[in-house]
Design a binder for this molecule. Structure first.
Ligand SMILES: [Zn+2]
Length: 424
């Protein structure tokens, strides 16, 4: 009987406590400072500050992991090296659906990183680069069929330039449909060096590539463009700093990795699943299984310096025509480290079973499955003075021996006469 009464009394207070809490309390406090009626505001024991914070903010799963898929063209063979068959894209979307792994939006990803919103323990971001019309014509209907969202990274010189480029109106439609737009520079060039035709200095060129493209997208679409993708996934220290200074919250490479809550915001790795080689499916599987390497939480700048002094095979920034090369490095220049801690990782594959010989300081791994065409990053992880360190280098594989960098930039499009120019 007593319990029933208590429940009724409690229910009677609910409209106040749930909907009218703040004004009600304010009024009461102003009128009668000390005793607040028990029924109106049930007495609660003093709550520790941490609990208050936890109640005010949602619980964030800081152990959640995100993998990011990177697509370019969905045109089959006609689209060249960056293209996959629409049927392959659909199959991959179906595989994601069947796996139960959640596809999240860029907005939610960024909110999770800021600690404002939680995401499922395993989440996927889908990204489509460059602004080819096949992303709109082919990609969007398939994405919608599976209820997935995606982010389109656009480089503005190609936008509305005719041919196979997406138009500004199509981009607006994507925005209206809840898809997100990220920035991919003005001219889609390797940001590590200034093109000869730019009259000013490197810094002014970099700033232009990062800021003008952002402005074009933001002003023409009325959006905030807060994410960036490095052309070809290539960056270096000053590039990352400039991207942050230009006002982006995050930047993506094409160096696949599982992204944790504290992963470096300006080297977020994506799995490039566009190559038509057998490697394409392999890379996709590694991504979907969350079996690849984890993204480092600090910028890998120091590690890159270490790699330049290392004798490696294939050598840094060279192209091999061998689909299953032997990857070697002499670690003598890395100084003292724990021999038992040495491991080799290969982008898209994670840790590989490399052999390390402590006497000669040589590490060696014969690639088992044929590599996909394009760039591959090798990372040597090791422990020195109790600290985990990494050294890395990049080589390229091309059956025909064609020179890097990859992927090949889309043809420089010349705007068609009579087209309405973009607001620049
Ligand atoms: Zn691109």
């Amino acid at each position: 009987m007593n319990r029933k009464l208590a429940l009724l009394l409690l229910l009677a207070t609910l409209p106040f406590t749930a909907c009218d809490k703040v004004p009600f309390l304010k009024k009461k406090v102003a009128a009668t400072p000390a005793p607040v009626p028990i029924l109106a505001a049930p007495a609660a024991p003093p709550v520790p500050t941490t609990a208050v914070t936890a109640a005010a903010r949602p619980a964030i799963d800081t152990n959640a992991q995100v993998v990011v898929l990177c697509y370019h063209r969905l045109e089959g063979k006609a689209g060249g090296t960056l293209s996959i068959e629409p049927a392959v894209f659909e199959k991959q979307m179906e595989a994601i659906k069947e796996s139960g792994v959640a596809v999240i939006s860029m907005k939610d990803f960024l909110a999770w990183r800021r600690g404002e919103k939680t995401i499922p323990p395993k989440s996927i971001l889908i990204t489509i680069d460059d602004g080819y019309i096949s992303g709109f014509d082919v990609g969007v209907p398939i994405l919608k069929k599976y209820g997935f969202t995606a982010t389109f990274f656009i480089y503005t010189n190609y936008l509305s330039s005719g041919g196979k480029s997406m138009s500004l109106d199509q981009l607006r439609k994507l925005d209206q449909d809840g898809f997100e737009i990220g920035c991919h520079t003005v001219s889609h060039q390797d940001l590590r060096r200034k093109p000869a035709k730019w009259a000013g200095d490197y810094e002014s060129w970099l700033k232009d590539e990062l800021e003008r493209s952002k402005k074009i997208l933001e002003e023409n679409l009325g959006i905030k463009c807060s994410v960036f993708a490095y052309p070809f996934g290539l960056h270096k220290d000053v590039v990352r700093t400039a991207v942050e200074a230009a006002g982006y919250d995050a930047a993506f490479t094409t160096y696949g990795a599982r992204i944790g809550h504290t992963a470096n915001a300006f080297t977020l790795g994506r799995y490039d699943v566009t190559a038509k080689m057998a490697g394409n499916q392999q890379v996709f599987d590694v991504a979907l299984n969350f079996s690849g390497m984890a993204a480092p939480s600090s910028a890998p700048a120091m590690a890159q310096d270490a790699a330049t002094s290392m004798v490696t095979e294939p050598m840094h920034n060279t192209t091999t025509t061998e689909a299953t090369p032997v990857i070697k490095a002499n670690l003598a220049t890395l100084g003292d480290f724990d021999p038992g801690s040495v491991e080799m990782r290969l982008s898209g594959l994670g840790i590989v079973p490399a052999k390390y010989d402590a006497a000669s300081k040589m590490i060696e791994y014969k690639v088992a499955k044929p590599l996909r065409e394009g760039s591959h990053t090798v990372i040597i992880g090791y422990q020195t003075a109790g600290q985990r360190r990494e050294a890395r280098w990049v080589f390229h594989y091309s059956a025909t021996g064609e020179a890097p960098p990859e992927p090949v930039a889309p043809p420089a499009a010349t705007p068609k006469p009579g087209k309405k120019p973009l607001k620049k």
